[in-house]
Design a protein around this ligand. Structure first.
Ligand code: DC
Length: 225
């Protein structure tokens, strides 16, 4: 049976990663969290002292790109490795979240990430989530899903996710970060977040994890998965 490409885009903290990994698991496909790649680049640049809350060197980030090697290792789940080290937890920090939108707006960063994403997806059989999958990375994906959810629901979900990972945050910090990232991601010049014309909209504000999976699985089957 041919394996299709599934592109999931949407606002911050809409549950894209949960749906994408559930869908990949159900179909026996690979799952790639493209946001994790931008987060890992951001983490690396923080660790190298190139960016912080006080300073942001675009030239420094571009110069550092050749020294950043990203891989997804599939064991029980797909986990991102930065220069050989698993950084799944480190990339979820508030510091990374507060700088990642600016890093992901840089042309050279996007060119490199998009090339790697296309390479990973060239055989099909992949579910990838992010902001520009259906518009830029895989414009010919057989299934494109655009996810959205009520802002308060998203804030509570992200806060809980961070707390589960042992990261302490206030509701206000999460609200501010989600809002800022949505504004940056939708208004940037390069590949802004927008709904592809042929994307199906999934508002999961009041859907359970099982309900959203069932809906997406039906769409995937209709498109040949
Ligand atoms: O999905 P996420 O919240 O982990 O993504 C982190 C940031 O990376 C997000 O604020 C915007 C950026 N991003 C992007 O520009 N393009 C993608 N395909 C995925 C993420």
């Amino acid at each position: 049976m041919p394996k299709i490409t599934i592109a999931i885009d949407g606002y911050s903290s809409c549950g894209k990663s949960t749906l994408a990994s559930d869908l990949a698991h159900a179909l026996g496909y690979a799952y790639i969290d493209s946001g994790a790649m931008y987060r890992a680049v951001t983490l690396h640049c923080i660790e190298k002292g190139i960016i912080s809350a006080e300073q942001f060197s675009v030239d420094g980030i571009i110069a550092e790109l050749p020294n950043i090697k990203l891989e997804f290792i599939f064991e029980e789940k797909s986990e991102i490795h930065l220069n050989g080290k698993c950084v799944e937890k480190e990339i979820r920090s508030m510091e990374v979240a507060s700088l990642v939108s600016q890093v992901s707006a840089i042309h050279e960063v996007r060119v490199q990430m998009v090339a790697q994403q296309r390479e990973m997806g060239k055989q099909g059989g992949i579910v990838m989530d992010g902001r520009d999958l259906g518009t830029t990375v895989f414009p010919h994906a057989e299934l494109k899903i655009f996810m959205t959810a009520d802002e308060n629901v998203r804030i509570q979900r992200r806060k809980l996710e961070m707390e589960t990972k042992g990261i302490k945050v206030t509701e206000e910090e999460v609200r501010k970060n989600i809002h800022e990232r949505d504004v940056n991601d939708t208004t940037r010049k390069e590949s802004p977040l927008r709904q592809a014309e042929d994307a199906l909209v999934l508002d999961n504000s009041y859907l359970t994890r099982e309900q959203q999976l069932a809906m997406a699985l039906e769409w995937a089957k209709e498109r040949g998965a």
